[in-house]
Each structure stands twice: as C-alpha cells, then as structure tokens.
Design a protein around this ligand. Structure first.
Ligand code: SF4
Ligand code: FES
Length: 258
C-alpha cells in the first residue's frame, strides 16, 4: 500500500526566520498613561514583557494588566476586529490592538501605545466617545421611508446594493475620525466616520432620507471641512475607501444625484 503523503497545508508551519529557537522575545511597550485622580499630566511608562511576537498588541496589554499593573485601562470586547472598541495609536498610527501583530511593529525598539487623538482622554487609553457617537446619530444612520408599510420585502438589484457595499463595513472604531487633522483642530467637524455612515444610506436605493442627510452634511461642520488628506483611508482597519465615500457625498451635494 502506498504511504500517504502529507499535503503542505496539513503540516505544522515552519518557524519564521529570527524566531526559530524560542518563540518568546523581550519587548518594551511604552504606554501613555493618564489618571486624572493622580495628575493632570499624562506620562509615558515602559513595561518590559516576555511575549511571542506572533501575538497581538491586545495580548500584550492583557499580559501587562493581568500580570504587572491592574490599573492599566483600555477598552476591548470581541478581540477579533468586529466590535471596534480597541482603536488606539500604536507606533504613531491608528490601529486596532486586536488586529496588530507585535512582529509587524519592529519589536526590537519600544512599541508606543497611546489613546486616539481628538477626543478627551478619560483614563490611559480610554477616550470619551460621546462626541463621536453624537455625530453618528446626527446623520440619521437608519432607513427612512415614507408611506404605508410594504406588504413584501423592499427589493433591490445587486447593482444598487453594490453602490454602498463598502460603507456597510464600518465598525465605528473611530480610527478614521481620530486620524483627521481637521477633527484634531476642531472637534465640531462631523468627521469621516459619520460621513461614511451617511453615505451608506444616501446611496441606498430603498432610502428616502438622502436629501435630509445631505442638508445636514452641507453644514459648516459637514463634508466641506474635509481637506482630502487620506489619513482616514489609511487608518481604516476595514479597508473602507473613506476619502472616496466623502468625495461621493460632496459630489451628490453639488449634483443632487445619488
Ligand atoms: S470608516 Fe473605518 S476607521 Fe472609520 S469608524 Fe468605520 S471602520 Fe473605523
Ligand atoms: S476588541 Fe473588538 S475590534 Fe478589537
């Protein structure tokens, strides 16, 4: 009888170069701490931990919190890039801690972690998300229709569904809005995430509230504040073309076609 051969996919993965002997390295996490009950000033604190570089930044934060300093404060829930609660600034860039591998951050150097910018820091890595969610609520992120209830489901062609597919992927993590220099300078700006969620309904063929939403975004704090820096698109962990969505809303405001 022929000896069965293992397919490559069935075999254990080969160790990566540089991590062959032991999976663990000593990495330094430089975290910007803030506790208003202790000081008005934020300060950096270093934590050195042994960790497998194939683990995620969220794993490192858990290790620090559970084994070294239980006062370290951060948000997280799903740990799988779905809930959007653990956006933070890692090595100067907005990312989800649960989707960022330590090995991708040059762990030979200290890895910096701080709260996202433009929103008030409440403690350590936790910011006040109320202004962010207020802007989201202001654009009415729900289907608006007039007249009688339909007697069957509201039909839509695949082409019409495709029109707003990209913006349905938003998980409201705020990585885009808190990477926007306009939002840093003036927190009154609706911000990319609110515009993305307005886009999701403006371009939905079943919705009848597009004009209302466009008028809301025509406000002095609306889409015209966008300076097309693309920070938002670079920051989005869902790969949404945020700047393109904002441009489409601007165009709809000019042409009134959507
Ligand atoms: S558009 Fe992307 S970065 Fe912005 S809130 Fe949604 S998922 Fe996060
Ligand atoms: S913990 Fe839910 S997205 Fe990271």
């Amino acid at each position: 009888m022929a000896t069965p051969t293992l397919e490559k996919a069935d075999m254990a993965p080969e160790p990566e170069a540089g991590f062959a002997d032991s999976p663990y390295i000593t990495a330094t996490f430089r975290i910007r701490r803030f506790n208003p009950e202790v000081s008005d000033e934020a300060q950096w604190q270093d934590f050195q931990i042994e960790i497998d570089p194939k683990e995620r930044v969220l794993d490192a934060l858990h290790k620090i919190k559970w084994e070294t300093d239980g006062t370290l404060t951060f948000r997280r829930s799903c740990a799988h890039g779905i809930c959007g609660s653990d956006a933070m600034r890692i090595n100067g860039k907005n990312r989800l801690a649960c989707k960022t591998l330590i090995k991708d951050l040059n762990p030979e150097k200290p890895i910096t972690i701080e709260a996202i910018k433009g929103l008030t820091v409440l403690k350590d890595l936790v910011v006040d998300m109320d202004p962010f969610f207020q802007a989201y609520r202001d654009v009415m992120p729900f289907l608006i229709t007039k007249g009688n209830e339909p007697t069957r489901e509201r039909l839509q062609s695949p082409e019409d569904r495709e029109r707003f597919d990209d913006t349905t992927k938003c998980i409201l993590c705020a990585a885009c809005t808190s990477s926007c220099p306009v939002f840093w300078n003036d927190g009154q700006y609706f911000g990319p995430a609110a515009i993305v969620n307005a886009h999701r309904f403006i371009f939905d063929s079943r919705d009848e509230g597009g004009e209302q939403r466009l008028e809301i975004l025509n406000d002095r704090d609306g889409v015209w504040r966008c300076r097309t820096t693309f920070n938002c698109t670079d920051a989005c962990p869902r790969g949404i073309e945020v700047t393109k969505a904002i441009q489409e809303v601007k165009r709809a405001l000019i042409t009134r076609r959507f």
